[in-house]
Design a protein around this ligand. Structure first.
Ligand SMILES: Cc1cc2nc3c(=O)[nH]c(=O)nc-3n(C[C@H](O)[C@H](O)[C@H](O)COP(=O)(O)OP(=O)(O)OC[C@H]3O[C@@H](n4cnc5c(N)ncnc54)[C@H](O)[C@@H]3O)c2cc1C
Length: 384
C-alpha cells in the first residue's frame, strides 16, 4: 500500500492550498480531483486584493478575466441604488483552479484527476483511504492525515464522521447563467441586488466573465439558503432582462446544490483526530461576506502548517489548526448569526443595509490597510 503524510480529497481552492503548502514543507502529499481538469466550478470568481497575500503568490494576468471589477452598485428592492469604487479580482474558477493545481504539483504534490474519494478507515497511526480513478479498480492508500476539501456539495469524510450535519435533501445552492448579447450593463461593475425574493442568502449578482473562447459574457446569478434555486434564478433573470434591456441568449448554465445544513449552529467544524476539514467542507463559506474562497485558501494553508507544526512540537495537528484558524472561524461563526434570512421583509433588509453602509465602508478601508501588515493568521476577512 502506497504511504503518504497527507491525503487531500478535492482539487479546488482549499485542496490545492493544502497540497501546495504541505508539499513545500516536505510532506509526501497526494491530492485528488473527482473531475477531469481543468474542471468548471459554479462560482462568481471574485476576490479582494488581499487574496494574493493569502495565496502567497501573484496572480498571473492570463489567469484573470479580460475585464476586472472597479465599481460596485448595490440595488435595493425598490429600485434605489448606491454605487462606490470597488477593486476586486475577477476570474473563472476553471482557469484559476487549474493554475493552483499546477502550483501544487510544482511544489512536489502528487495529483490525480478523474479520481474519486470513496471511503476511509481510521487506523492507530493514520488513515487508510480508498480512492478510485476513472475506469480502474478501487485502490487503498495509507496516510498520516486525510483532509476533506470537497466543497459544500460533497463532504464525504465529514458525512461519515458527522451524519447529523446533513439533511434529507439539499437545503440551498447557487446558479449562474452566462449570457451572450447586448445589454445596458457596465462590464467593470459588480451589480448587487438585495431582494429577498431573488436571494435569502446574500445578494443576486451580475458581472462580466470570460469563457473558454476568450469572449466576454454577462454572468447573471443568485444563491439561496431555502427554497428552489431555479425558481429564484429565473425570477431574477426575467427582472434583469427587462431592467438592463438584455438582448441575448444563455450559452452556459452552472448549478450548485448544498449537501450540508448551512444553517446548523455547528456548521463551522475543523475535523476530528487525523481528519481535517478545510474550506466549504469546514463550513467556512460566509453568506454575510458573500464569499468563501479567501477562507478556503487560508484554511488550506493553515491545515498544512498545522500538520508541520504538530510534527515539530509533538502536539496534535487539530489543536494547531484550531489555533491558526481562530480568527477566521470566530468571524465566520459570528457572521452566521446575522445572515439576511433573519429579515422578514425587504424594507427591514434595506433599513439594515443602509444603516450599516457607512460603517462597513470605513471598516473595509481600515481593515484592508491593517491586513497589509498582519501575518496571515491574523488577517481579518473582508468585508469585516
Ligand atoms: C454560485 C456561487 C458563487 C460564488 N461566488 C463566490 C465569489 O465570487 N467569491 C468567493 O470568494 N466565493 C464565492 N463562492 C464560494 C466559493 O465558490 C467557495 O467558498 C470555494 O470554492 C470553496 O472552495 P473549496 O476548495 O472548499 O471547495 P470547491 O472549490 O468546491 O472544491 C471542491 C473540489 O472537490 C471536488 N470533489 C468533490 N467530491 C469529490 C470526491 N469524492 N473526490 C475527489 N474530489 C471531489 C470537486 O469536484 C471540487 O473540485 C461562490 C459559490 C457559489 C456556489
Amino acid at each position: 500500500m502506497e504511504q503518504y503524510d497527507v491525503f487531500v480529497a478535492g482539487g479546488g481552492m482549499s485542496g490545492s492550498a493544502v497540497a501546495r503548502f504541505a508539499a513545500e514543507g516536505g510532506l509526501k502529499t497526494l491530492f485528488i480531483e473527482k473531475y477531469k481538469t481543468p474542471r468548471t466550478k459554479p462560482c462568481s470568481g471574485i476576490q479582494f486584493p488581499y487574496f494574493e497575500k493569502i495565496l502567497g503568490v501573484e496572480i498571473p494576468p492570463d489567469r484573470l478575466c479580460n475585464k476586472q471589477i472597479t465599481r460596485t452598485k448595490m440595488y435595493y428592492h425598490d429600485g434605489t441604488s448606491f454605487s462606490a469604487p470597488f477593486k476586486v479580482f475577477n476570474y473563472m474558477r476553471k482557469t484559476f483552479d487549474d493554475w493552483l493545481n499546477i502550483l501544487a504539483q510544482e511544489s512536489g504534490a502528487e495529483f490525480r484527476d478523474e479520481c474519486e474519494f470513496v471511503d476511509f478507515e481510521e487506523v492507530p497511526d493514520g488513515v487508510v483511504v480508498t480512492i478510485q480513478s476513472k475506469g480502474k479498480a478501487p485502490e487503498k492508500i495509507k496516510t498520516r492525515y486525510a483532509v476533506d476539501a470537497t466543497g459544500l456539495s460533497a463532504l464525504p469524510l465529514r458525512r461519515k464522521l458527522r451524519p447529523q450535519d446533513f439533511g434529507e435533501k439539499a437545503s440551498g445552492g447557487g446558479m449562474n447563467y452566462y449570457v451572450d448579447g447586448e445589454a445596458d450593463i457596465d462590464p467593470e461593475t459588480l451589480y448587487q441586488f438585495w431582494d429577498l425574493a431573488f436571494s435569502d442568502a446574500m445578494f443576486a449578482w451580475i458581472y462580466t466573465k470570460t469563457l473558454d473562447d476568450g469572449k466576454d459574457y454577462w454572468c447573471i446569478g443568485t444563491g439561496c439558503v431555502a427554497g428552489d434555486i431555479r425558481e429564484r434564478q429565473d425570477l431574477f433573470y426575467d427582472f434583469v432582462k427587462k431592467k438592463f434591456n438584455v438582448q441575448g441568449k444563455i450559452v452556459e448554465t452552472e448549478e450548485f446544490l448544498t449537501a450540508i445544513d448551512i444553517k446548523s449552529s455547528e456548521r463551522v467544524w475543523l475535523g476530528e483526530g487525523r481528519i481535517l476539514m478545510v474550506g466549504d467542507a469546514a463550513g467556512l463559506l460566509d453568506g454575510v461576506r458573500g464569499v468563501g474562497q479567501d477562507a478556503a485558501a487560508l484554511s488550506g494553508r493553515f491545515a498544512a502548517k498545522a500538520i508541520l507544526e504538530s510534527d515539530r512540537k509533538g502536539t496534535t495537528a487539530l489543536e494547531e489548526y484550531a489555533k491558526l484558524a481562530k480568527t477566521i472561524t470566530t468571524q465566520t461563526k459570528k457572521n452566521q448569526e446575522r445572515e439576511i434570512d433573519q429579515f422578514r421583509t425587504n424594507e427591514e433588509l434595506k433599513k439594515y443595509l443602509k444603516s450599516s453602509l457607512f460603517s462597513t465602508g470605513i471598516k473595509m478601508m481600515y481593515q484592508s490597510f491593517l491586513n497589509k501588515f498582519r501575518p496571515i493568521e491574523k488577517l481579518r476577512l473582508l468585508p469585516p
